[in-house]
Structures are given as C-alpha cells and as structure tokens.
Ligand binder design. Structure first.
Ligand code: GLA
Length: 742
C-alpha cells in the first residue's frame, strides 16, 4: 500500500496489492482522473492517459488551444458550466447568482490511517499502517471556497474511500446546491449497471440495466435510503460473472436522500456519481464554515461479483461496523411481533419467553406496543415509558423476569416518530416535520419528529437513556416506519430549509452515536418497516438490520441474495416465522424456513405456544445447529452459486477462513417431476483438501467439488439418497463439509 506523488508529472498514484487509483493536477489546476482499476506498475508519469485531442466543435479552456477541453478530460471534481456539459459533482450558488466555479489545486497532504468524519458514519482504520489518506485541497479563487478531496487506500482491501469537505474561506455566504461524494470518470462504458431495488416487503431485488448514451440513476427522496433503492450500484463488464471478470461496486455510507448516477456522453465515456441527492438540497455556508459530504466506497474486483462482495463483507464487517458485537456471533432471538402483534400481556410475553428458553433461544425481544398510549398503531409514539396496563411491572420488572429465566432482554423503539395521541405531541406540536399552512401526508398513522433540532434529539435521548439505563436491556430494535413528507423545520430560517433532510439524518446519527457510546454492551438492530434503511450508514452504529418485513422463506431467498452483494451475512436480520406466512400466505416447511434464516442473524418470530411438540423438537435441533455453526454462517466467506433471480433454484455456501469447513445451501422453489440430475460447482475450497460431507459421510477432494461438482440430485431425479423423504415445493437442503482429518 502506498500513495506516491510524482512531482514532475503532478500525478498521484494510490495503490495496494489489488487496486490502483491515479489522478493528476491538470494544466488548469483541476484534478484529472487517469486510471481506476487493477493494480498497475507505478511510473513517473501517467499523463499520456489523458487522451487530449483537438476534437472539432468542443468547448476549450484556452484560446488557441484545441487540445484542452473539459468536455473530454476525465475529472475528479467536475462542475457544470465551464466546458464540461455533464452533470457536475459540485455546484455553488454565489451572491451574484452565478453557479460557475473553478476549483484548482492549492496543496495536498498524505497521512497514515484514516481520519474520522465529523458527525458522519464512515469506514475506519484501527491502526496507522492499515490505511493511507491523501487530501488534495482545491480552491475556487473567486469565492475563496476550498474543496478538500479525501481519498483513503486500505492495506487489506481492494477499496478506495472518498469524501469531500468544503470550507468557505471567502468573505461571502454561499450555498452548496450539489456536493457529491464521489465522481469517477471512466474511459469507456462497456459495462452493465446492477442496482438493488424494489419496494416494501420486496427489497433489494437485483436489476440489471444496459448503459447507453444518456443518464440512468437511482436514488431516494424519502428522507431515508428507502425500500425502493439501495445506495449501492455495481458496474460490471458484460462477460463478468460471480467468479471472474472486472467489477466495481460503489456504495454510499449514508442513510438519507441519495443519488447514484451513470452518465454516458456522446463519446461513450462514463461518469459515475454518488452522493446526497441534489434535489431539495441547499446548504448555506457562511465564511469560515465547513460542510462534510458522506463517504463513498469504491471496491474493485477482477474476480467477479463474488470477489467484490467478499471485499465489501470484510471491509464493512470489520472496518465499518463497530463495537463489541462487531466480531461476535449474534444471539438467537425470539421477537413477539408476528407472534402477537399488539395483542399481548406481560403473562403472554413471559409464556413465550419460557418456551423460547426451553428451546435454547438466548434473547427475548419485545417489539412494538409496550409504551405510552400504544394500543394499536395510532397512538403512543414519542412516549418511551412503559404502558402500565401492558407491563404492570414496567420495563424493569419484565426485563428482570426475563433475565431470571436465563435469557437476555431486548426492546423495540421508533425514536424518530411521534403519534398525535401522545404526551410528547401534546407538549410539542411544533416538533413535527411539517410545512406551515400545508397538509401533512399520513404514513402509518404517525409523524416524524424534527430531528434537525438538537432539543428534539436531546429529549428522545433522555427518554431512551432512562429506559436503557434502568433496565436490563441488552438489545435494541430501532425502527422507522414512514418516509418524510412536507419537509420543513420550523426552527430553521427560510434560506436554510434545503438543509432539513440532511440535518435530520445528522440528528439520527447523533442519537445513535450517543446511545451506542453510553450503552456499549447493547446490540442495536436497525429497521425501517423492514429493509427501508438497510445501508452502510446504519451499519456503522447497528451491526445488524432487519432485512425485510417479508418473512416468507421463498421471498427471503431473493431479498437475502440481493442484500448479500454489499452487506455481510452478520448484518442480515432473518427470522423463522409461522405458516401460512403472514405476508405471502405460503406454507413452507419449518426446515426450509430455518435453512434460509440461518444465513443471517437468525431468530424466531412466532407464537411458540401454537407449535406442536414435534415442531418444538425440530426447533431445538435447529438452535443447536445454529449455535454450533453461527460463527461460520455469519462470518464465513460467502460464495453465491445459483441465483434465485434466474431460475427455480438458489444456492450459496460459506467457507471458513482456513477453508477447513463449509456449509452449502441448496433451495428448489417449485418441485419438478422427473427432474434433471443436479450438481453444484462449489467455490472457495482448498483444491487439495479432502472434505467429508457430514450427513452421508462421503469424501471428496476440493478440486472435484469445484470442478466436477457436488451432486445434489434427489428423488425428483429418480434418486433417493440416504433415506431422504420424497421432495416437495420449497425444498431445501444444507450440507456441511468438514476437512477430513489427514
Ligand atoms: C415495522 C417493523 C416490524 C415491526 C413493526 C412494529 O413494520 O419492520 O418488524 O417491528 O414495525 O410496528
């Protein structure tokens, strides 16, 4: 790993074993992009990669020089309007109404490690030799505005983290109306664009789009990263697949409104951008004030999508997630939501907990409905004290009883929300996000608190800290169940209303930061009506997130498969729920439900009193299995083998770091009569190692399993293996591979 500055050519080369990122100071002082991709040899000068050519009818910077045209030069911080006609990465509204800027090189510095971003989540380095950071400061002479472009290269990951800090060094107040975190100009557009989109209960579905002249984008204008689009995109060469080929993933460490965009210009070059969505964004910067953009992370892989995902999993699992739970296998929980919804008493909860304890479950989570005037979803939000009818002994009393059973206790909050029927609303109607004189759109009968106001964040903090500090709570589920509408803060002046969306998220981050620091033993799980805020920003505070309100095992195959492209398995909240499933009304076997949920944080979300003794016995076995293998299932290397987006089957596997252990999962959605023989070409094993499949006892070398394949045919192909039952719809099987002794 190094960052080299070549003074003669004014080139910066950031590299590690896997990746090179090369930029240069251009003749006009702007920062140019020369190369981003697989590691290449360093040399004194890379400026020939600029491809300067006297193209006809182009805007040129210098009179009489047709070679230097910003229409064609690849830029790191482009601004619209000075000869570059693509969308820019920065836009500054000045006092005279102009938005033209000329950011040019002023200085640079290279430092060990990685500085934290003030008030924002970001990847980090634990030791100085893990990362190097380059800061290039550009200055717009006319306004005095400085842009500090920060680039971090990591020793161990094929990744570059990028963010920009703007500092108003001039005498006038200016307004940032566009401040993207990342801009990457690439010399060609021969890529496919993959995005992870959907809707509530159908999050992160893999969608592939072709790049062609023009703009394609995804984003959120809802105030949270959203169910609709995830702040993550991939570009891959058309021939790249799971195992081979060039792939780049771009992920934004942010939980609010975002934009990810690809623009292909007339000469088929590609500009990628990621950052806060410029729509509704306008940030005033008085002289001396600074604005920090969120961080974007770029991962390069020449070993396909799988290689890219494993880099994200390691980087985000180890150097984005924080706290004592980061590296720990997660507790097996039972959550009462789908078991009881709002219909519970303390006795009912204790009954579920006792049965759960008997099955080996470690954590009891009390979901929505325990507080204030919360009888259904129309009241109570904002009042975080126990409802005495529901919990006569308060949270403390219930938590004590649960812990006496030998289980840990977890609690649901929706800190950002308020109900009209609540003491908080009665005391502070002005704390809502609402535009004066306008209707407030409804969402799940609730409103959002104006988290851009510090006093609101303080109030919720104090209420939550009082509960968490006085009761034995070891887990918090932090929910958020509606999007922002009629966005306006009555605490901010008119010219600052364009800051509310971002200030809201900063308020959320502030509350997370305080609570995670004050209660370091608590495991936080983020949630937003399921997966409406499943993003890297949340992962920084909460190492796991409820992936979706859809708990159907078959639907979950696609949701969890899509989620796995960027996010580690240890972050994917997944539960076994009742059948018929409450969202899909589908009946799947208990075993298939567990076989899907175990590739995640694993828990149960049903009423155990409604299960038969046989089912409870099966659950006990599932829990024993999970306890034995959760380290591997949550922290092993993931290899996706068959995509549920492509056919009737899905398969994936996890392999331990030392390659001595692997678990392979195979799912067939609809049963096939007289089916073909099936086999999986396994991945990530040691070719020379002999593996024993623990159920059948059969042994195979790694090379055979990866090349010839692992046979998964069953009765559908006329074969019956080791007394296996005839198959049915929604079948699944797990195989454990263990290195044979010698
Ligand atoms: C959201 C969550 C659910 C549950 C309910 C409670 O929908 O995603 O898991 O907590 O809220 O109201």
């Amino acid at each position: 790993m190094d960052i080299v500055y070549h003074e003669q050519s004014r080139c910066f080369h950031l590299y590690n074993e896997h990746i090179s990122y090369i930029i240069t100071v251009l003749r006009n002082g702007q920062l140019g992009q020369l190369y981003c991709g697989a590691r290449i040899r360093d040399r004194e000068d890379f400026t020939h990669l600029l491809e300067l050519a006297p193209r006809a009818m182009s805007s040129c910077t210098y009179e009489g020089d047709r070679f230097f045209s910003l229409e064609h030069i690849k830029l790191e911080l482009p601004a619209y309007g000075n000869g570059d006609y693509k969308a820019g990465a920065v836009e500054l509204l000045q006092q005279n109404g102009s938005r033209i800027t000329e950011f040019s090189y002023e200085s640079h510095s290279i430092s060990h490690g990685k500085p934290r971003l003030h008030g924002l989540p970001a990847t980090y380095a634990e030791a100085d030799d893990e990362a190097l950071t380059l800061t290039v400061t550009l200055r717009d002479a006319l306004t005095g505005m400085r842009a500090e472009l920060n680039y971090t290269v990591f020793r161990d990951y094929a990744a570059i983290a990028r963010s920009v800090r703007y500092v108003n060094g001039g005498n006038d107040t200016v307004t940032l109306t566009r401040a993207m975190s990342l801009c990457l100009d690439l010399p060609d557009c021969n890529y496919q664009w993959l995005q992870f989109s959907g809707r509530w209960a159908r999050e992160r579905q893999l969608i592939s789009r072709e790049l062609t002249q023009g703009v394609i984008s995804i984003g959120s204008l809802r105030g949270h990263s959203s169910h609709q689009h995830n702040p993550f995109v991939i570009i891959k060469r058309p021939t790249a697949d799971e195992d081979k080929g060039e792939v780049m993933g771009i992920s934004l460490v942010y939980s609010g409104n975002f934009l990810m965009q690809a623009e292909v210009d007339a000469h088929m070059t590609l500009r990628l951008m990621a950052g806060i969505h410029p729509e509704n964004f306008a940030w005033q910067l008085e002289p001396g004030k600074a604005f920090q953009t969120p961080e974007a992370v770029l991962v390069y892989s020449d070993s396909g999508l799988g290689g890219m995902s494993r880099t994200f999993h390691q980087l985000y699992g180890k150097r984005l997630a924080r706290g004592m739970w980061r590296d720990k296998p997660r507790p097996i929980l039972i959550n009462n939501w789908e078991g009881t919804y709002f219909n519970f008493t303390e006795d009912k909860l204790l009954d579920i907990a006792r049965r759960a304890k008997d099955c080996g479950i470690e954590l009891f989570v009390l979901d929505d409905g325990w507080f204030g005037r919360r009888w259904d979803d129309r009241g109570g939000l904002g009042d975080w004290t126990a409802n005495p009818t529901r919990l006569p002994n308060g949270v403390t009393g219930l938590a004590d009883k649960i812990t006496e059973l030998g289980m840990n206790f977890g609690l649901w909050f929706e800190p950002e929300a308020v109900s009209r029927d609540s003491a908080l609303f009665e005391a502070h109607p002005e704390w809502l996000i609402a535009t004066p004189g306008r209707n407030i759109s409804h969402g799940r009968n609730e409103y959002l608190l104006d988290f851009s106001r510090p006093e609101v964040v303080d109030n919720i903090h104090d209420q939550m800290a009082a509960v968490l500090g006085s009761s034995k709570v070891s887990y918090v589920k932090w929910d958020m169940n509606r999007s922002i509408s009629e966005c306006y803060s009555s605490a901010l002046p008119p010219e600052r209303q364009g800051e509310v969306f971002h200030r809201y998220i900063l308020g959320v981050y502030d509350l997370y930061e305080r609570l995670t620091a004050e209660f370091p033993h608590i495991l936080f799980e983020s949630c937003a009506s399921g997966g409406g805020r499943f993003d890297p920003g949340m992962l920084y505070y909460a190492p796991q997130a409820w992936a979706s309100d859809n708990t159907d095992a078959v639907e979950r195959l696609r949701i969890q498969y899509g989620t796995s492209f960027c996010y580690p398995l240890s972050s994917i909240g997944a539960h076994v729920s009742a059948v018929p499933n409450h969202q899909m009304y589908r009946i799947t076997t208990l075993s298939t439900r567990a076989n899907v949920a175990c590739f995640g944080t694993f828990g149960y979300e049903l009423d155990l009193s409604k299960l038969s003794g046989e089912e409870l016995d099966e659950i006990k076995v599932q829990i024993e299995f999970m306890k034995r293998y959760r380290e591997l299932l949550q922290f092993g290397r993931l290899y996706r083998l068959e995509s549920p987006f492509e056919g009737n089957t899905a398969a994936w596997m996890v392999v331990s770091a030392d390659k001595r252990q692997a678990i392979v999962a195979f799912y067939r959605i609809l049963n096939q009569y007289n089916d073909c023989f099936t086999r999986l070409h396994l991945r990530g094993l040691d070719p020379d190692m002999l593996y024993r499949e623990t159920q059948s006892g059969a042994v195979h070398y790694g090379d055979e399993l990866m090349r010839a394949g692992f046979i998964t045919s069953d009765s559908t192909a006329g074969e019956i293996f080791f007394g296996m039952m005839p198959s049915s719809d929604f079948a699944s099987r797990l195989y454990i591979l263990q290195a044979d002794k010698d």
